[in-house]
Design a protein around this ligand. Structure first.
Ligand code: NDP
Length: 255
């Protein structure tokens, strides 16, 4: 096997949560380009149907299922139906930035934790259990630099805490499952151009300029700049990695 062959995912099945747009969609396309059959999940059925059709038109193999990651029983049921997968990308997340810590009410905090932390935990637990039974698999969660630093100028303490929890879940599960063939890693992106960051990148030039001033590369990342790292972490090219959180942030966390 040549070194580049280790990046390939031919004959593998890869499930992505939040695959209807943004980073999740880029991951789905990248994993498909690496040879995997992709299983797209999110809440919006029409959007998933469109993505599956687009990927099929590009010559890829895709199916889709509605899955709300906050629904633990639904994750377990889908994992049971699909059986052991080779790759799972726990990407679905929400930001809801902009509320001061002292004003963040229970509903807001619980919504963000339910999606970003419990959603990842339910996904990894359900699909990971199938992988453990099969003795192999690679899981990649999408964390954030917000799990390591506190962003500015926007207030989002609850989001930052949810991502810190994801990072430590990945480290803990990676260590716990290391001897059983299942690897668990994460990517921690900086600012990426998606609908999640549109409120600043498009709608608030002052905030967008501040973000870029704080980023050594002075630009936002594109979803496929995260997806390529996900392919690496999903593939045999990263076979000695587990419990790692890989930062991709244009240098943001260096300053
Ligand atoms: P988008 O808002 O563009 O996409 C979010 C995706 O998550 C959608 O497909 C959405 O689909 C899905 N989703 C949201 N809630 C749920 C839910 N309860 N169940 C299932 N799917 C859900 O966001 P991004 O692509 O920007 O973000 C993807 C991930 O990357 C998130 O975890 C985010 O925190 C993280 N991230 C993003 C950064 C950025 O700068 N953009 C930076 C760092 C991390 P639907 O609504 O159909 O369910």
């Amino acid at each position: 096997m040549g070194i580049l062959d280790r990046f390939g995912l031919q004959g593998q099945r890869a499930l992505i949560t939040g695959a209807s747009k943004g980073i999740g969609l880029a991951c789905a396309r990248a994993l498909a380009q690496a040879g995997a059959h992709v299983i797209l999940t999110a809440r919006d059925a029409a959007a998933l149907q469109q993505v599956a059709a687009d990927l099929a038109a590009e010559g890829h193999s895709a199916e889709w299922h509605v899955l709300d990651v906050t629904d633990s029983a639904a994750a377990t049921a889908l994992a049971g139906r699909l059986g052991p997968l080779d790759v799972v990308v726990a990407n679905a997340g929400i930001a809801r930035a902009g509320t001061a810590a002292e004003a963040a009410g229970d509903d807001l905090v619980q919504d963000v934790m339910n999606t970003n932390f419990y959603g990842v935990l339910y996904t990894v637990r359900a699909f990971g259990a199938q992988m453990l039974a099969a003795g192999k698999g690679a899981i990649v969660a999408i964390g954030s630099i917000s799990g390591d630093i506190s962003n500015r100028p926007q207030n989002q303490s609850y989001y930052n805490a949810s991502k810190a929890a994801v990072h430590h879940l990945v480290r803990s599960m990676g260590a716990e499952w290391a001897g059983r063939g299942v690897r668990v890693n994460a990517v921690a992106p900086g600012y990426i151009e998606t609908e999640m960051t549109k409120y600043a990148m498009v709608d608030d030039p002052v905030m967008a300029a501040k973000w870029m001033e704080l980023t050594p590369m002075a630009r936002a990342g594109q979803p496929d700049e995260i997806a390529s790292i996900v392919v690496f972490l999903a593939s045999a090219a990263s076979s000695y990695m587990t419990g790692s959180v890989v930062t991709a942030d244009g240098g943001y966390t260096c300053w």
